[in-house]
Write a protein that binds this ligand. Structure first.
Ligand code: BDR
Ligand code: CA
Length: 337
């Protein structure tokens, strides 16, 4: 049996890996992808998303542009993390007619209405599109099988401000709206994949070397030696080289956190994480804490739980799946055919 999933992305290097993980997973049916501005501008996110799917041999997957900026505040992007266009040293182009004429908001709402109770929506960027879709269709969380959110941090430091994770930081008002809606009777509690669990998995150069071996290529300093023959592998290596240099500078290791594919993996197999049901709210007005996700673990607020927060996970098993699945994809499509 396959799980229909819809991805909402701000591609982004780890979003790109999440797209690859989704199309490489035989238990998943990728219904479509909605795009939101975040890591880079909406145009860049949309182009990157379509180009990654094409490179992976999936030109049939709909890529729909959503919101060009947060619901209330100006857009912030992060070229230092993901490179000038969002794919590190990798360069990608997509034909303009590859992008859907339907908006990302319509894609989310139409898909949920078309298959009530079936679709898992995995949000990998700021929650702007999800919040706007909820305004359009207040029953959205009931129409979905489940919402999975990559975002927030609860027991570990933030990656953007002291206690703030990037996706929450970019659009805290949208995040607050989504968590408020999640307290009003979703079909199942949203699964939240915060930094607490996603930072347990570190993708290292030896993992990328294994992916290269699957395509019959060898790697030197994360560069595939026969790059023209392996466009997908070259893209992965060029994107990850930039991302690993970023983590080397800011996080003290030459490797990468792979937040977004871990969220897709847990959406497809919740056994990868252990969760605590709790009530989550988002700070929107703190001088030092805007975007902070606060969980009522002590149950002092008297509010219904609105999230199953993953605080621990099977990082090694996830990494093994990531490497194996992407290696399979590279060996099938490494020649760009
Ligand atoms: C999240 O922020 C983005 O930069 C990544 O793509 C991921 O979704 C991690 O904090
Ligand atoms: Ca992302």
């Amino acid at each position: 049996m396959t799980t229909p999933i819809l991805l909402d992305v701000d591609t982004g290097i780890d979003d790109a890996l999440a797209l690859l993980y989704a199309v490489a997973s035989t238990e998943a049916r990728l219904v479509g992808v909605s795009c939101a501005a975040g890591n880079v501008s909406l145009d860049e996110v949309t182009t990157n998303t379509a180009a990654v799917l094409d490179l992976a041999g999936h030109p049939e997957v709909e890529v729909a542009p959503g919101c060009a900026g947060p619901v209330q505040r100006p857009l912030m992007t992060t070229p230092e993390t993901h490179g000038p266009t969002g794919t590190g040293y990798g360069t990608l182009e997509a034909a303009p007619d590859r992008i859907s004429g339907r908006s990302g908001i319509d894609l989310i709402v139409d898909s949920a209405r078309a298959e009530p109770g079936e679709i898992t929506l995995v949000a990998l960027g700021p929650l702007t599109n999800v919040a706007v879709a909820l305004r359009r269709e207040p029953r959205l969380l009931y129409l979905l099988k489940r919402l999975v959110i990559m975002g927030g941090c609860f027991t570990v430091a933030g990656n953007t401000a002291h206690r703030t994770e990037w996706n929450m930081h970019v659009d805290p008002e949208a995040a607050k709206e989504v968590f408020a809606a999640a307290g009003r009777g979703p079909r199942s509690l949203p699964l939240v994949m915060p930094l607490d669990v996603t930072e347990q998995a570190r993708l290292l150069p030896h993992h990328v070397a294994r992916i290269a071996e699957a395509a019959g290529a060898s790697m030197e300093s994360l560069r595939p030696l026969v790059s023209d023959a392996h466009p997908l592998l070259s893209f992965i290596a060029d994107a990850l080289r930039f991302y690993m240099e970023f983590h080397d500078r800011y996080d003290g290791f030459y490797g990468a956190f792979v937040h977004d594919p871990f969220a897709v993996a847990a959406a497809l197999d919740p056994c990868l994480v252990s969760t605590a049901d709790t009530t989550v709210d988002v700070e929107t007005s703190g001088e030092l804490t805007t975007g902070e996700t606060v969980a009522d673990f002590r149950r002092a607020w008297g509010r219904e739980p609105n999230a199953a927060v993953a605080l621990d996970g099977r990082a090694d098993l996830f990494l093994e799946r990531l490497v194996t699945r992407i290696a399979g994809l590279v060996s099938r499509h490494g020649g760009g055919s």
